[in-house]
Design a protein around this ligand. Structure first.
Ligand code: MTE
Ligand code: HPA
Ligand code: MOS
Length: 757
């Protein structure tokens, strides 16, 4: 049989009468729009339509969970970059030119820009949450040692290589087809239907693939799709909207930046006795997904450590900045950064190796296996995984070498850190943990596969195709992977929370299994034997020595009037979570990993190099080791970028200064560690997940935390590890230099005092 292809040979052409849209962005952080005059826009060359909030046919609000996000600002601008209106013209140049002919006048209102300002004003998008177990204050007071501190962790721009884009095509009977670069086709379908006042069944959303998403297209694709659909509805012509890079960076949400404050009580071994952690995040002007993101931060503030008496407070700050959103890890990385920093601080205070202190706090058996939200940690592979990585990375020898190097090197300092990751797999919102799939077998034995997941470069499509091929005992080349579309599989969850292959793999397997059972009955009738005895492998169905070719069997089944099409459905078992009480089992299982990073800093300039990185990551029984390796490498580098070079900067007026690659530095090939050793741990998932694999999309990002801690270790070497460095993320060369100088100043303090006395 001829090879079916996943790749398109030919990119589908744009429709002939296509219009191009441009969105004009507001240029105030918080202001009343006193005048918005678009008459000159409408009269500009090539313009087919202009739309402001006033021209909307139905709804303006497109908040994904709670109201707050609007297609167009309606008299009030709440962040610098909010959409004011959109214009459709025959070319993008005409649309852009026209948009800048509008007259916009504002009356400024006071703006709250930072977490600190929001806390001071009590400005929140959602109520503060507290997760408490035991009596943390008393435990801290009783503990032999106490420490407190703070840590700021910056946000992150997704920098998907393909920006946000949508093309809406009006269809007969007032229906609409929307091609969208979204991780959440069903959500775009519902919100496009809502703004157009149509039933969901009149809107079809199709996603062939995205050129990267990283969470930035879970909700942020919606406004782009809605604008294209509204202009298409207005003009009756297809409309495409593709944001240019600068506008994309200004207009769409990013990873939340966090401020953490903590007080910890511990014993002489560094064992945590009580922890009081306060997290505050910058959510921006609307709730978007901030509730679930901050919940996940709270649920990952334990990482791998048993916290018996603990209080985790989470403030969800409302600011006049872009509404922050999902980004690989979904709040988990920020929660994990906080606890890792606390553990490091304890180790420095006790002048012990941070790895020892980490180990002493790991989850264990008996009572020590309950998370603060009282889920039992059942598959905790971390102790063995960390032992293995410590050995394979020669952590101890290298720590000694580094100490020798630092003793002999006054200006260049090296640091090393091993940090673990335990990441919960499942959506914390119960209803999102379900998926559907549709499989057809044609009479020539070829297979059509459709499921609710979207492809963004993470390899989901090939993984799910492998599952179907495996179930039917044929080569994967027989499976035609098709675009995700809401008219084939309805009511789907976004492809997010790393659960794309877990959910859609199981749903597709269920569909394929239904067809296989029907085919087995036909094969048994033809070959003799019982249906249960029929095996499917090597492109054949067999009973003992007798077999029939898969294509022949498909034709035979059709001839006997047996349906060769089936849907499949899956919902994750065992989940329950009380969001108000913060108790339950929000995760089906945990994915784990650990990383060792070694760095060298130049204490005169703050510049640094990542000398070597060793990763060991648990993928369960990997569905596709090549893809998983790519996810682990890519996730690590993206996490490293978040904590080192990627810095978002707003000016005092609330305008994003870093809105292009010229000022926002993502890791490039040259930033990949010189010596990069990545190993996958292939231990079957204890839960019966799809082929006992483990989700791999997000967890490796948090392996990048080791680079931050290695940098802190190198800074601490300046003071011979007598003082804890003060370092915030991202640890840019500038921040590393400031941390070195601040530490040197503290080292000099007692000496100065002695001199003065
Ligand atoms: N890998 C690539 N190449 N591109 C992406 O956009 N997104 C990440 C991760 N890996 C992403 C990626 C995020 S945020 C998630 S949630 C998962 O992939 C989603 O896909 P999965 O559930 O199929 O792993
Ligand atoms: N992870 C990722 N995306 C989500 C989640 C989650 O837990 N909940 C809602 N969207
Ligand atoms: Mo990923 S942040 O869950 O899209």
């Amino acid at each position: 049989m001829r090879r079916a292809r996943q790749d398109v040979d030919k990119v589908e052409a744009e429709p002939r009468d296509l219009l191009h849209a441009f969105v004009r962005l507001g240029e105030r952080a918080h202001a009343r729009v006193t005048r918005l005059d678009v008459s000159a826009v409408a009269g500009s060359p090539g313009v087919a339509a202009v739309m402001t909030a006033r021209e909307l046919p139905f709804e303006n609000d497109i908040g994904p969970v709670l109201p707050g996000d609007k297609v167009f600002a309606d008299g009030l601008v709440e962040y610098w970059g909010q959409s004011l209106f959109a214009v459709a013209a025959d070319t993008l140049e005409h649309a852009r030119e026209a948009a800048f002919r509008a007259t916009v006048e504002y009356e400024d209102l006071p703006a709250i820009l930072t977490i600190e300002e929001a806390l001071a004003h009590g400005s929140f998008v959602l109520p503060t949450q507290v997760l408490r177990r035991g009596a943390p204050a008393a435990a801290i007071a009783r503990a032999p040692h106490r420490l407190s501190g703070r840590l700021a962790v910056g946000g992150q721009e997704h920098f998907y290589l393909e920006g946000q884009v949508a093309m809406a095509v009006p269809r007969e009977g007032g229906t609409m087809l929307v091609h969208s670069s979204t991780q959440a086709p069903s959500e775009v379908q519902h919100l496009v239907a809502k703004v157009l006042g149509l039933p969901a069944s009149a809107v079809t959303v199709e996603v062939r693939r995205m050129g990267g998403a990283f969470g930035g297209k879970e909700t942020q694709a919606t406004p782009v799709a809605c604008v294209a659909a509204l202009l298409a509805w207005r003009t009756g012509r297809p409309v495409k909207l593709r944001l240019d890079r600068d506008d994309d960076m200004i207009f769409t949400g990013k990873r939340h930046d966090f401020a953490a404050e903590w007080e910890v009580g511990f014993d002489a071994d560094g064992c945590i006795r009580g922890l009081d952690l306060v997290l505050a995040s910058r959510c921006g002007f609307s709730p978007d997904l901030s509730g679930a993101i901050n919940d996940r931060a709270m649920l990952h503030a334990d990482n791998c450590y048993y916290l018996e008496d603990v209080s985790i407070t989470s403030h969800r700050c409302k600011t006049n900045t872009v509404s922050n959103t999902a980004f690989r890890g979904f709040g988990g990385p920020q929660g994990m950064m906080a606890i890792e920093w606390v553990v490091d601080a304890i180790a420095r205070e006790l002048r012990q190796d941070p790895l020892q202190v980490r180990r002493r706090n790991f989850y264990g058996r008996g009572r020590r296996d309950l998370t603060p939200y009282e889920m039992k940690v059942e598959d905790f592979v971390i102790p063995e995984l960390v032992d293995e990585l410590e050995r394979s990375s020669q952590y101890q020898e290298r720590r000694r070498d580094i100490a020798r190097f630092n003793a002999a090197s006054p200006w260049q300092k090296r640091g090393i850190a091993l940090t673990p990751v335990k990441f919960g797999i499942s959506f914390t919102a119960l209803q999102m943990n379900q998926a559907g799939a549709l499989v057809h077998v044609y009479t020539d034995g070829s297979i059509h596969l459709n499921h609710g997941g979207t492809e963004m470069g993470q390899g989901l499509f090939i993984k799910v195709a492998q599952v179907v091929a495996d179930e039917l005992g044929v080569g994967v080349e027989r499976v035609q992977i098709t675009a995700t579309t809401t008219d084939q599989v309805p009511n789907t969850s976004p492809t997010a929370a790393s659960s794309g292959s877990d959910l859609n793999g199981k749903a597709a397997q269920a569909a394929a299994r239904t067809i296989r059972k029907r085919l087995a009955a036909c094969a048994a009738a033809r070959l003799g034997g019982k249906p249960e005895e029929v095996t499917f492998a090597g492109g054949k169905a067999s009973v003992g020595r007798r077999s029939i070719d898969f294509a022949e069997l498909a034709a035979l089944a059709h001839g006997e009037r047996v349906s060769l099409s089936a849907t499949g459905y899956y919902r994750t078992p065992r989940l329950h979570f009380d969001r108000k009480r913060h108790r339950g089992r929000p995760f089906y299982y945990f994915a784990c990993g650990a990383a060792v990073s070694e760095v060298q800093i130049d204490t005169l300039t703050g510049e640094y190099k990542v000398r070597r990185v060793d990763l060991l990551h648990d993928c369960g029984s990997s569905l596709n080791p090549a893809i998983d390796l790519g996810q682990v490498e890519g996730g690590f580098v993206q996490g490293m970028g978040w904590l080192t070079s990627e810095e978002l900067w707003w000016d005092d007026a609330g305008r994003l200064g870093t809105h292009a690659p010229s000022t926002y530095k993502i890791p490039a090939c040259g930033d990949v560690p010189e010596d990069f050793r990545v190993t996958l741990l292939h231990a079957p998932n204890r839960q019966p997940s799809i082929h006992r694999s483990k989700a791999v999309g997000e967890p490796p990002l948090m392996l990048g935390i080791s680079v931050f801690h290695a940098l802190a270790d190198a800074v601490a070497a300046v003071g011979d590890h007598r003082l804890s460095p003060r370092l915030d993320a991202p640890a840019t060369p500038e921040r590393v230099l400031l941390a070195v100088e601040e530490l040197r100043a503290r080292l000099a303090e007692p000496v100065l005092r002695e001199v003065a006395e």
